[in-house]
Design a protein. Structure first.
Length: 96
């Protein structure tokens, strides 16, 4: 079950995406737990999901975010990434 705090974070991220507020978006994403970011990404529209990857530079954190998702969502998210970034993320992910 979703909690109110995650819904607030989701709405905040949506607002930052619409404003293209790069600095605040980086700060927000750096403070969030990978599972919270996974929740947010899964609840964004396609266009916003594609934009959010540009704000995530830490390949290891991206790997943690993906591992917090369902298997079919992981595949979808890899398709949204540039191949070079996807390869870098895979190299940073834990082997299991």
């Amino acid at each position: 079950m979703e909690n109110a705090s995650l819904r607030v974070k989701l709405e905040n991220v949506k607002k930052l995406i619409r404003r293209n507020a790069r600095g605040p978006m980086y700060k927000t994403l750096n403070k969030l737990h990978p599972a919270d970011i996974a929740f947010i990404i899964n609840h964004l529209q396609d266009i916003d999901r594609k934009r959010i990857w540009a704000f995530l530079n830490d390949r290891a954190k991206i790997g943690e975010i993906l591992l917090a998702m369902e298997d079919n969502d992981i595949v979808d998210r890899f398709h949204e990434m540039e191949p070079k970034i996807a390869g870098e993320v895979i190299m940073e992910m834990e082997s299991d």
